[in-house]
Each structure stands twice: as structure tokens, then as C-alpha cells.
Design a protein around this ligand. Structure first.
Ligand code: HEC
Ligand code: HEC
Length: 327
């Protein structure tokens, strides 16, 4: 056998040979055309000044945005302690102790999605941020004027709003609150080893992770999980081939009332998925290997082997923000 083209052959524990060298370059080209690294800037960030981002960050972490000063955006989308922008609960507890019916998705990279929420009912971060503050099972403020009045009474905000929205007659208003929070969220762009690989670093991924990437691309996960956030750009039916057990949540149908949208959800991003358990819109899947196997079966009619699941999971973990990799 000529060794000219086969620069190096690794045999994994699974016994599956992975050809490295030339194939790494091919894998990279395929990955770049299907996904591509995350852009450095989020759409809509053109007017985000440092002071507006600072204001948004303060609002994001401020419990006083809820009716009884008990919760902030960060309660359900935790960014402190290097968490993954989620609360890791099946569904979240609101200000009045009631649970919502959906799992909280991550705020990391969320501004790259083509729409917000599992059912895409809001178009962007700014529109989205107006929801939770008034949602009775979330922060439960009675209405927008009540929130504005409350903010107006907090002396530590006055100066910040004036500086963040120069020239505005009444800088403290509900739209500006949402705009500032969105400006902060537009900075939540993560950096990971998979992007290093796509940008040309041959050592960024090991053999098992490369095998996982290859499997992810060849068995069909990419029909739905593609683009830079590995999802976030289409609605797809959950239980496409084998039905999903929980049919309570009708997904996108709730928004459109179109039968064709029954059980369709926004395909979640798989960036940082290592950090965002439990999985699916109802948080029913506790582990990442469990979610991967279930996807293969429900969406692709494939019963993945333990080795395939293992390598795909290894690949997915290369998309964890470097600053948030679990110790
Ligand atoms: C009580 C928990 C809770 C609080 C507080 C909360 N959220 Fe959420 N958030 C959720 C849940 C649950 C969803 C998904 C709801 C759905 O899809 O119907 C969500 C969805 C989102 C999304 C959409 C992400 C995506 O991938 O579609 C963004 C962005 C977001 N929240 C930001 C915020 C911001 C900003 C605040 C503060 C103003 C906030 N959230 C407060 C629980 C919460
Ligand atoms: C036909 C479209 C489709 C295909 C193919 C598909 N997925 Fe998904 N994937 C989805 C949708 C939609 C969801 C959201 C499911 C839900 O919330 O109930 C999802 C959710 C996930 C989740 C959970 C993410 C989270 O944050 O909850 C993982 C992990 C995942 N997919 C991995 C994969 C893998 C690996 C493959 C290939 C074996 C795959 N998917 C194939 C559409 C698809």
C-alpha cells in the first residue's frame, strides 16, 4: 500500500480506522460549507455602545425587574459561575413559584437565531426581552408602565439610561430597557475548539472528535442542525419518523394555527449543548448521549451504536465556550 496519500491512519478503540492528514482538510472544507465559524458580531449590534451594553448587563442581573425582587434574567439564563446561559431545570420556576411549561434555552449566541423562543413567536432579542418581565409565570410585573415607574424610582439607573440613550427625552422607557438588555445579549458570542478547527488549526480536535464530526455530517443530523449555530435557522417536526411521546406542546402550531406546523419547534443550536441539560423543549431528556440517541431514532430512523453516540457527543463537546469548559 502506498503511504503517499495516507499520511497517517489511526485506529480508534472502536476499531474504525480514521484516516487523518488529507481527510482532515476535506472534513474542514465540508464543515466550513455546512456550518462555518460564528461571526465576530451579532446582527443589529451596530449601535451598541459600551455604556448601553453596561446598562443591559446590569438589567440582566437585576432581581428588581421582577414583581417581588426575586428573579432576574440570570435566574433562568445563568451566566455567572461560567454556567451555560440556562438554569439546568426541566422547566423554570417563576417569581410566584409556578413552573412554566418549557425548558429555558440558552441566551449564549441566541441573537444569531432567525427567531426567538422554541416556537419562534418573537423575531429578535429586543422584542423577546419585553416578554419575560410581564409574563405571569416568569418575572410577573403587572404591565410595562409599572416596570418603567419602578425603574424610574431606582436612583442607580437614572444616569446610565441618560448616557446609554443620548438625546432621548424620556430615556427610561420599556423599549429602551429591552434594547439595552438586547445590546448586552449581543455580546454573548462564544469561542470554541470547533471554530479553531474550521479556522485552520489541525490540532484543535482529536481523532474521536473528528470521527464524531464526520458521523454527524454523514448520517443526516445536518438536515436540521446546520449554519454557524448548528441549528437556530429552521422549524422542524419533533418525532419526524418515530413520534415523540409527549404531544402536549403543539410547538409552532400555537403561533400559526397551521396544521402543517404541529409539533414543529425551532431547531435548537448545538453550540454549548454540553452545558444546557436537560434537553428538548420539555426538558425530558436528562443526558446528552440520551438526547443524541433519541434524535437519531426519532428524526432519522437510525439506531445509533454506543460508539457512534460516544463520538458524536465528543464532537458536540468541542463546541463548548472555552471560558465555560467544565473543570
Ligand atoms: C422564570 C424563568 C425565566 C426568566 C426569569 C427569563 N426567562 Fe428567558 N426564557 C425562559 C424560558 C422557559 C424560555 C423558553 C420559552 C418558550 O420558548 O416559550 C425563554 C426564552 C428566552 C430566549 C429565547 C432563546 C431562544 O433560543 O429562543 C431569550 C433570548 C431569553 N429567554 C432571554 C431572557 C431575558 C433577557 C430575560 C430577562 C428580561 C429572561 N429571558 C427571563 C425562562 C426565563
Ligand atoms: C429533522 C430535523 C432534525 C434532525 C435530522 C436532527 N435533529 Fe436534533 N433536534 C431537532 C429539533 C426540532 C430539536 C428540538 C427537539 C425538542 O425540543 O423537542 C432537536 C434537538 C436536539 C438536541 C437537544 C438540544 C437541546 O438544547 O435541547 C440535540 C443534542 C440534537 N438535536 C442532536 C441531534 C443529532 C446528534 C442529530 C443526528 C443524529 C440530530 N439532532 C438530528 C431537529 C433535528
Amino acid at each position: 500500500m502506498k503511504t503517499k496519500t495516507l499520511i497517517c491512519t489511526l485506529v480508534l478503540a472502536t476499531g474504525m480506522p480514521v484516516v487523518l492528514g488529507q481527510n482532515v482538510a476535506e472534513l474542514r472544507e465540508q464543515a466550513k460549507s455546512l456550518f462555518g465559524p460564528l461571526p465576530d458580531k451579532m446582527p443589529g449590534s451596530e449601535n451598541d455602545t459600551a455604556i448601553r451594553i453596561e446598562l443591559g448587563k446590569k438589567l440582566y442581573f437585576d432581581n428588581r425587574l421582577s414583581v417581588n425582587d426575586s428573579q432576574s434574567c440570570n435566574t433562568c439564563h445563568r451566566l455567572d459561575e461560567n454556567r451555560g446561559g440556562v438554569d439546568n431545570e426541566k422547566t423554570s420556576l417563576g417569581a410566584h413559584g409556578k413552573r412554566g411549561d418549557r425548558n429555558s434555552p440558552t441566551t449564549l449566541n441566541a441573537g444569531f437565531h432567525f427567531a426567538q423562543f422554541w416556537d419562534g413567536r418573537e423575531p429578535n432579542l429586543q422584542a423577546q426581552a419585553k416578554g419575560p418581565v410581564l409574563n405571569p409565570v416568569e418575572m410577573a410585573m403587572p404591565d410595562a408602565p409599572a416596570m418603567v415607574a419602578k425603574l424610574g424610582g431606582l436612583t442607580d439607573y437614572k444616569d446610565l439610561f441618560v448616557k446609554a440613550f443620548p438625546g432621548a427625552k424620556e430615556p427610561i422607557n420599556y423599549d429602551n430597557m429591552a434594547e439595552a438588555i438586547a445590546a448586552f445579549e449581543r455580546t454573548l458570542i462564544t469561542k470554541d475548539r470547533f471554530d479553531d478547527f474550521m479556522k485552520g488549526d489541525d490540532k484543535a480536535l482529536n481523532a474521536k472528535e473528528l470521527k464524531g464530526l464526520e458521523t454527524f455530517m454523514t448520517i443526516g443530523c445536518i438536515t436540521c442542525h446546520m449554519g454557524p449555530v448548528i441549528g437556530g435557522n429552521t422549524y422542524q417536526k419533533v418525532g419526524l419518523i418515530h413520534p415523540y411521546e409527549n404531544t402536549e406542546d403543539k410547538g409552532r402550531f400555537v403561533v400559526t394555527k397551521d396544521e402543517a406546523d404541529l409539533y414543529k419547534f425551532k431547531v435548537p443550536s448545538l453550540r454549548n449543548v454540553e452545558l444546557t441539560a436537560p434537553y428538548f423543549h420539555d426538558g425530558a431528556l436528562k443526558t446528552l448521549p440520551g438526547a443524541v440517541w433519541k434524535m437519531g431514532y426519532m428524526q432519522l430512523d437510525k439506531q445509533l451504536t454506543p460508539e457512534e453516540v460516544d463520538s458524536i457527543v465528543a464532537f458536540l463537546k468541542t463546541m463548548t465556550d472555552k471560558a465555560r469548559v467544565p473543570k
